[in-house]
Design a protein around this ligand. Structure first.
Ligand code: HEC
Length: 129
């Protein structure tokens, strides 16, 4: 009888250990915004945003500061279009007034980015509040 209990106990420990290890190793599913955060901080081709934009303390100031881009309440679609083909919103070379500041509209197209990447970047920017 005592042996039976020991066997059950050992099996239980093994099963629980297995479950615990797998729970820890299970891939964490990142949200689109989190993937966008990883992407914008990567050095993938076409990811040049920080050359002109500041988010937090990182980046330049040729373009508007995007640290609170989510507060602008643009739709995800608007953000995707802005990233892929900014001239659809701001005529190239014109003066664009954004958040009370004026910028020369010189943001380049990012047509090399996939739909998925545009969605992730847009979701990330929308999450910045
Ligand atoms: C060469 C500089 C430059 C680069 C590189 C650049 N931008 Fe811009 N961005 C601008 C300028 C200037 C504007 C102002 C409007 C325009 O030019 O279309 C702007 C506007 C924006 C806006 C609109 C902000 C608003 O609320 O009106 C978003 C969003 C944006 N950029 C995101 C990005 C992202 C994301 C990237 C990288 C994939 C990027 N930009 C790369 C210069 C740049």
């Amino acid at each position: 009888m005592k042996k039976g209990i020991t066997v059950i106990f050992v099996v239980l420990v093994i099963v629980l250990g297995y479950v615990a290890v797998h729970a820890i190793n299970a891939p964490v599913k990142l949200s689109a915004a989190q993937l966008g955060n990883q992407l914008i901080n990567s050095n993938k081709k076409g990811i040049d945003c920080f050359a002109c934009h500041k988010i937090g303390t990182k980046g330049g100031s040729v373009g508007p500061n995007l640290s609170k881009e989510g507060l602008a309440k643009h739709s995800i679609k608007w953000l995707e279009v802005q990233i892929a083909t900014p001239s659809k919103h701001f005529k190239s070379g014109s003066m664009a007034k954004i958040n009370g500041k004026t910028y020369m509209a010189i943001m380049p197209d990012h047509k090399m980015l996939s739909k998925k990447e545009l969605f992730e970047l847009a979701s990330y920017l929308d999450s910045l509040k």
